[in-house]
Design a protein around this ligand. Sequence first.
Ligand code: DGJ
Length: 732
Amino acid sequence: MAIIINESGRVFTLQTKNSTYQMAADSCGVLLHTYYGAKIDAVDMSSLIHKSDVGFSGNPVEAEGDRTYSLDCLPQELPTSGVGDYRSDMIRIIHHDGSCAADFRFAGYEVKMGALDIPGMPSLYDTDNEKAQTLIIKMSEKASGAVVSLIYGVWEDSDVITRSVKVENRGSHSIVLDKALSCSMDFMYSDFDMIYFSGRHAMERNFQRTPVGFAQVAVSSTRGTSSHHYNPAVILAKPETTETAGECYGMCLVYSGNFIASAQKDQREQTRAQIGIHPDWFKFTLNEGEEFYTPQVIMSYSNEGLGQLSRQYHDIIREHICRREYKHARRPVLINNWEATYFDFNEEKILKIAKQAADLGIEMLVLDDGWFGKREDDNSGLGDWFVNEKKMGGSLKQLGEKLHAMGLKFGLWFEPEMVSEDSDLYRAHPDWAIQIPMRSPTRSRNQLVLDMSRSDVREYLLERMTDIISNAQIDYVKWDMNRSICDIYSAVLPSDRQGEVYHRYVLGVYDLLERLLARFPHLLLEGCSGGGGRFDAAMLYYSPQIWCSDNTDAVNRLDIQYGTSFFYPTSTVGAHVSAVPNHQTGRITPFKTRGDVAMSGSFGYELDLGSVSDEEKLMVKQQIADFHSYYELTHEGDYYRLTVPKTKPFMAWEFVLKDKSRAMITMVMTEREGNPLPVHLPVSGLDKDKFYRCSYNDVVLRGNVWNNCGITLKEIPAQYESIIMEFNEVNE
Ligand code: DGJ
């Protein structure tokens, strides 16, 4: 049993293969967090809590004068606001009289087989109700009629526990949710570092590690999207935890909008960790009988270091977030015309690229920005999703037929959520754009954002996209989103509900994505937001791959793909071979290296094949063959990070098949020095008893030898050169 409830019905132990999570409702009805860590017996761990009279930490009435009982000190599952816990709260409610207290007490529980869907939002799915169990703990607010359901999904085999929250207003007045996080967790006795991923456009998800002390450590986005700047997924790791050893806890939010993830020590040196929708710019009214769901957070624990934690996330995301045909089906190797032509193309140019691509074995052409409306540059046309037949010299139907006749799939770029002021759509419906009346909105890339909370906006987009996708027989859509959101306001919501717009926007995006996919069951979506500005678990529910970064430089990509790998499997990482000097950095790297790096992702090309040498053309053919031969490893295998950026003159990583019959290591020389030091690569994850032949030196050794000794390169590669080596099981 994954969910164990003791005889009193008040101690709840959630067991996964290697971890235990426990909470207990005490005699005051407060739900205490008693344990999360390595697997233990299901015994009540409330005894770990030490109570003492702490000055300036008050006592609730149920404590009956016990001055050692204070909400300000207890480890809790649902920290309340305004009633004596001065730490960061999880749910904050404004009542009809303006008061702000929220004081929840245990009111029962329910257990269900399978995972619970969250209405309108993505979450881990369990098709046959066989992988997960769900525990729902009800907590009622003392005075207002608000009821919170704490929803715990237990994924026993995956070492994953999910949390989300339903808030219902069962009272007789409206309430306003002022803060509604998905999860709050108090760790009683540990020190932690917070690992998070910071960045910027074209340089996303840089690994950061910082100790958690008494000053709050928090990362967040108020940009309307999960953002390039911080990712909605963080790790709490013990200070001594490394890639291969030690304890760590992940919190990965399945949400694409504003978020906050924080950790802070309290006066007793307990650490409170939280994640959820950012409370800034958020106020959600619940009238009598209405309910609100928070997004889901996927939690996981490992005591075998960060690498194992990542592999747990990769498995759960691959199996229970990604869905539909392309969950496991091979993603087509694509060529995208963006860096080859930018806006300067017509049908002839596209067909030329397509012909060259088809000859080399590329499987899909993706027509990027510029095929619609008046769109010669990025100042106009967004929203006018009608083919610019003058520019294209005909219809997309005709182009689609020609591409399909060459044996290529046809992919098409859209940026559905945006509108240019210089567009027919904006001229007809200025109120469809997010802007505050009587104020001039902020432009970004000279464009405005459509109010996706409006059903009429979504209907228009669904109709336009449906028309184009079905007419031109589109196989793949790249769904882009190229600015952060501000000037938040919806023309269809009353003044006291404007605090709902950011969240309703996200729900609107999910609604449109879901309905579009329902119409086109075979469509492959690739998410994009100026590269990786919305690279989160929620978007992966719709698009099993996301354009990881607008930065295609193979060397910068090493760091970007490294940071991305902590939560997201390589199958989700859109990665392309582009031209040199690289358009973002000016760096010149070998063609082989660009291929080797992009192959650790959903692979493609983004360059003018006309300017590629004959030798490189042969390499394209070889790379495509290699990509297919490595596909099981890169898209379904276990991933091992072998190096940390900038700590060695090279980067290396490894994939191992689940049955451990095959592995591959990729290494790239990043900082070649004169009179170089030896390059020694660790090897990980091989079966200790199996024999493997290494393709690099043709040596056969048992897995325990490879795993413990690694491999030393015979020659040091030149600057930016790369090597891929395989380890294949042999019978000795
Ligand atoms: C941003 C994307 O990340 C690029 O790949 C490209 O599609 C441009 N937008 C087009 O405007």
